[in-house]
Every structure is written in C-alpha cells, then in structure tokens.
Design a protein around this ligand. Structure first.
Ligand code: NAD
Length: 319
C-alpha cells in the first residue's frame, strides 16, 4: 500500500526541521510536504516539497491539502511559552485558530489523521509537581499553557463528537542541536551547551534548582511518529498523553557538562522565565503512554549530554 501524504505545518522550527527529515527518511521524500511562514533550512528545502503557508489562512491550507492530496497533518506552528507571555493575543490567536483550521478540515473529511502537540505547560502552580499524573489539577497561569489546555479539550471534543482521528503528546522541554529553540522556558538547556563550548561559562535565566522535565529530540521524534503510527484503537486518550524523558535542574546539567568540560562555570540570573518554570512540573508520570502505545525513551542525562557536546562540537567546527 502506498504511503500517506503528510503535511508538516511549522516545518522551519526546532521540531519541524528534524521531524520533516525523519518522516522523509521513513516514508519517502516526496510524501512529506513541509510548510511554514518562514523559509526552511536548506536540507528541508532541498530534500522534498515545501509550501509557504500561513496556518491562519484556512483557504490557503485547504489549497495545499488538495494540491498534494494530503492525508495526515502534523501541526507544529505555535507561539511558545516565553514569546506568548510577551505577545498574549497573538499567542492565543495562533495557537487556537491554527488548530481550529486543521480540526475543521478534518471534520469536513479533508484530512484523515492529525498530530497536535500539547505541553507540560498545561499544568500550573496547583498541580502536584513530582511525578505529575496524566489526570490531575491543571490550572495553567501562562497564555501558552491556557491555549494548550484549551487545545487539548478541543481535540478530545472533535474526536468524541465528529470522530476526528487526532493524537497528541505533552512535550516536555526539547533539547536538540540541529535547529535553534523557538522561545520557550526550557531553551536554557540548549543554550548552556553553546556557552560550554564557546566560553566554558554560561549565564542561566533559571535558578540553580529549577528542575524541569526535558527530552532529547530523537526521543521526541520517536514519540511523535510512534503515536501517529499506532493502531487507532490503542489511542485511548484523545486530549494528549503525558510523556517523560529526563528531569534535571540547571545545577545538575551543569555538573554533567563539567565532566566533559573541566572548569565549566554557570552564573544564575533568573528572569520572568524562572517564574514560569516554578509553575510547571518537575517530573512526569507517563504510565498511560507506555501502556497504550508502547512509549519508552532511550536517552538519560548522561547519554544526552555526551551526544549534545559531540554533535555541537562537530557542527561548530564545520561552520
Ligand atoms: P518553533 O517556534 O521552533 O517553531 C514553530 C514554527 O511555526 C516556526 O518555524 C514558525 O515560523 C512557524 N509559524 C509561526 N506562525 C506560523 C503561521 N501563522 N503559519 C505557519 N507557520 C507558522 O516551535 P517548536 O519548538 O518547533 O514547537 C513545535 C510545537 O511543539 C509547538 O506546538 C509547541 O508548542 C510544541 N512544544 C514545543 C516544545 C519545545 O521544547 N520545543 C515543548 C512543548 C511543546
């Protein structure tokens, strides 16, 4: 049977850049259409189709879907936590209307399957912070968290009411070296590697003990593709699944980096992002994802740090 045609919206971002390449390698380069308002990285542009697309323009979205006979959509376009706090109305508009445009086309029968990522930001200061369960108090205090929680409810609604096959995970902070992060509270955990390699020091915008759930990008790509490839009957949760990778504080990752970079030092200058971090979980219970569709992460802090330093060193030498 021929592979479905896949559309990735937000393909020029931190996750999109890598997800497009992973999907193309798995399902064929011409079967994966990349799209974004922004120019993609060269490897995305040169390895398969790219469509300039503003997700807020439903007509344009429909045209792209018809042109390429798209069956599956991965919707990654969003305004992230730190940026959305600076531009709350834009954050709400992009994160909600973008989702509605995709869900509506799915409801009308133009898209067969949708991936939409939620976030650990749906939780808030009243949520139990250690081993945060799938089902618990969720009272987010950021625009981003509010939009993601509302998005989860709408995804479940479209599944229950209209049978839309929508699937999602609550990503923790994602760590990668191929493309820069897009304005999240967890971006420090990427910047710290650049600081280590460039100056052997780093000034951190979170406090030393701000433990947060994180994940190395290859694990996040596995989670994303595995949940989409699982039989529909296995996806018992249609809002979004908790998934866990590795939890650490700035102090802990700094100590791990120092094992490779002797003398590495970190200053702490917490800003508004530290306040956001204080409202999020420290670790996540992902029992349901493991049980329902076989989720299992591969990378711990040690393995991730080793890979990040190795790959970033090679990348910076190549420039
Ligand atoms: P990013 O900011 O790096 O990328 C988002 C992309 O969307 C950008 O390339 C941007 O140009 C594009 N975009 C913005 N407005 C658009 C529009 N109107 N139409 C089309 N494209 C538009 O974000 P990311 O880190 O790749 O995140 C992708 C998804 O994963 C988002 O939904 C985000 O909320 C979620 N997420 C990410 C993380 C993380 O740590 N990166 C954590 C939790 C959840």
């Amino acid at each position: 049977m021929a592979n479905d045609t896949i559309l990735v919206i937000g393909a020029s971002g931190q996750i999109g850049t890598e997800l497009v390449m992973e999907l193309r390698n798995k399902f064929g380069h011409n079967n994966v259409v990349a799209s974004d308002v922004k120019e993609p990285q060269a490897e995305v542009k040169e390895s398969g189709p790219f469509e300039p697309l503003n997700i807020l323009d439903k007509e344009q979205l429909f045209t792209v879907i018809k042109k390429h006979q798209v069956q599956q959509v991965y919707l990654l376009a969003a305004l992230l936590s730190a940026t959305a706090e600076q531009k709350p109305m834009l954050g709400w508009e992009l994160n909600m209307d973008g989702l509605f445009n995709v869900l509506e086309l799915a409801r009308e029968g133009h898209i067969a399957k949708v991936f939409w990522p939620s976030s650990i930001a749906i939780f808030g200061p009243t949520t139990p912070r250690v081993n945060t369960p799938q089902y618990t108090i969720a009272e987010p205090t950021t625009v981003y968290g509010i939009s993601k929680l509302a998005g989860e409810r709408w995804c479940e609604y479209y599944y229950n009411k209209y049978g839309v096959d929508v699937r999602g995970v609550r990503y923790p902070g994602l760590i990668s070296y191929k493309s820069p992060p897009g304005g999240g509270t967890t971006d420090y955990a990427i910047d710290i590697f650049y600081g280590a390699l460039e100056n052997n020091r780093y000034t951190c915008f979170l406090s030393e003990e701000a433990t947060l759930p994180m994940m190395y990008m290859p694990d996040a790509l596995d989670a994303t593709i595995n949940i989409m490839e699982a039989p529909a009957s296995h996806i018992e949760i249609r809002s979004s699944y908790n998934i866990s990778g590795v939890s650490f504080s700035p102090r802990e990752i700094a100590a791990e980096i120092a094992k490779h970079q002797p003398g590495f030092s970190v200053n702490y200058a917490p800003d508004y992002r530290n306040e956001i971090a204080q409202t999020w979980p420290q670790s996540i219970d992902d029992t349901y994802a493991r049980k329902h569709w076989g989720w299992a992460p591969q990378f711990d802090l040690e393995a991730m740090t080793h890979e990040m330093l190795k790959n970033l060193a090679e990348k910076t030498q190549a420039i």
